[in-house]
Design a protein around this ligand. Structure first.
Ligand code: SAH
Ligand code: SF4
Length: 387
């Protein structure tokens, strides 16, 4: 049964019209879906009982109903683990930023686009889980509705949505674009395009596809390294679409849309935070309409790696700024409850066997050492990352 929030513009109206119901019925239901507190069609009291049960038989009102929430950072971070109809687990993280100076308070939700991920970045808990399946449009949108309902109960509104949870959004691009359309449409969720960010590990055909229709949202690219040998290890997709192709596509995107591209760099001590790496990144992005976000790595059970120390991150940022590149350092949120997306689900999946962890650690240490010497990996690019 399709989720009701995944219907394209006009489909709900068509469904009611086909049943001979007056147009205002569709509007009543749309209001309940997008602005109401109802968690099921049965709770839409204004609707006649027969339409209510017909609607319930045709659509799922909420596809992420079964949700477990954990708080961190003194309540400023809420991590939600959603169980989908087939048992797949996905995560969303709601972060509250109190008003500061002239900046108004913000409530940002980080959502998932897939259950698991095929890209397999070794520092990422989701990558370790492997790929389960693409999310349906409604399963993406309902993470947002869920958070919006929780916020509304406190008289607050969601201000930003970022696709930085589980999964590679550009490998589920049709569903992601439908979800963005629903979130952006003033007659549905009604969130401005400037308040939506989609993050990719560098699926070049996907970036090119986003460039054609113009500015719909902010594009973030997970760069992590400016040297191919190292990026091959950190983002295995780099063996298919190397740095020049990714940054080239991002540049074209910035030029065509007039919007600055954000680059994300997860800072891993002794791996991608060296002086050489900072200089390589400064050269790579010099003169670009770009913004770099440095994010200390959240520790993940199966890796030997830890976050770079603060002073190293500060130095890396200074090198980029000296090259005229706008750079910010993003402090981790909710590390104590595993807010790097994928960590709660990984916990539920159980500890990987110790021997497997040891083998992986050994391989990672070897690979990153080889990468630091400038040797490129000969491994094939990850499966499922086609196009
Ligand atoms: N697949 C997409 C979007 C989801 S990941 C992408 O990779 O861009 C969102 C961000 O979280 C990425 O920038 C990713 O590199 C980062 N991330 C993943 N694991 C992390 C960890 N352990 N610590 C810090 N950032 C992490
Ligand atoms: Fe997938 Fe992004 Fe995690 Fe890499 S960082 S494994 S692309 S979710």
């Amino acid at each position: 049964m399709p989720g009701i929030s995944g219907l394209a513009a006009g489909e709900l109206e068509a469904w009611f019209a086909a049943r001979g119901a007056p147009g205002f019925r569709a509007r009543q239901v749309a209001d309940a879906v997008w602005r109401g507190k109802a968690a099921s069609a049965a709770e839409i009291r204004t609707l006649p009982a027969d339409l209510r049960s017909e609607l319930d038989e045709a659509f799922r009102f909420d596809t992420v109903g079964d949700t477990d929430i954990r708080l961190a950072d003194g309540g400023l971070t809420e991590k939600a683990l959603h169980r989908l109809a087939d048992g797949a687990l996905v995560e969303s993280v709601l972060m509250h930023y109190p008003a500061r100076g002239r900046q108004r308070e913000r409530h940002t939700l980080c959502i998932s686009s897939q259950a698991g991920c095929a890209v397999g970045c070794p520092f990422c808990a989701t990558g370790e889980l492997g790929f389960t399946r693409d999310l349906e449009t409604a399963e993406i949108v309902d993470q947002v509705r869920h958070a919006a309902r929780r916020l509304a109960a406190d008289g607050k509104r969601l201000t930003n949505v970022v696709f930085m949870g589980m999964g590679e959004p550009l490998l589920n691009l049709d569903r992601v674009l439908e979800a963005v359309d629903a979130l952006n449409d003033p007659r549905r969720f009604g969130l401005g395009a400037r308040h939506i960010t989609v993050s990719t590990s560098g699926v070049v055909p996907g970036i090119r596809r986003l460039t054609a229709p113009g500015p719909q949202f902010t594009l973030a690219v997970s760069l992590h390294a400016a040297r191919d040998a190292l990026r091959d290890v950190l983002v295995p997709l780099n063996r298919r679409w190397p740095i020049d192709a990714v940054v080239g596509a991002a540049r074209d995107h910035a030029r065509a849309t007039g919007r600055r591209v954000s680059y994300e760099v997860t800072m891993i001590s002794g791996v991608n935070d060296t002086e050489v790496d900072a200089l390589a990144m400064a050269e790579l992005l010099r003169g670009d309409h770009a913004h770099v976000n440095l994010i200390p790595m959240n520790p993940v059970a199966h890796t030997p790696w830890v976050a770079s120390p603060d002073d190293v991150i500060e130095r890396f940022a200074a090198t980029l700024r000296d090259a005229g590149i706008a750079t910010t350092i993003r402090r981790n949120r909710g590390a104590e409850i595993g807010a790097a997306c994928g960590q709660l689900a990984a916990e539920r999946a159980g500890e990987p066997p110790a021997a497997a962890v040891a083998r992986r650690r050994e391989r990672l240490v070897g690979e990153s050492a080889a990468a630091l010497r400038g040797e490129r990996s000969h491994e094939p690019s990850p499966v499922g990352a086609g196009e």
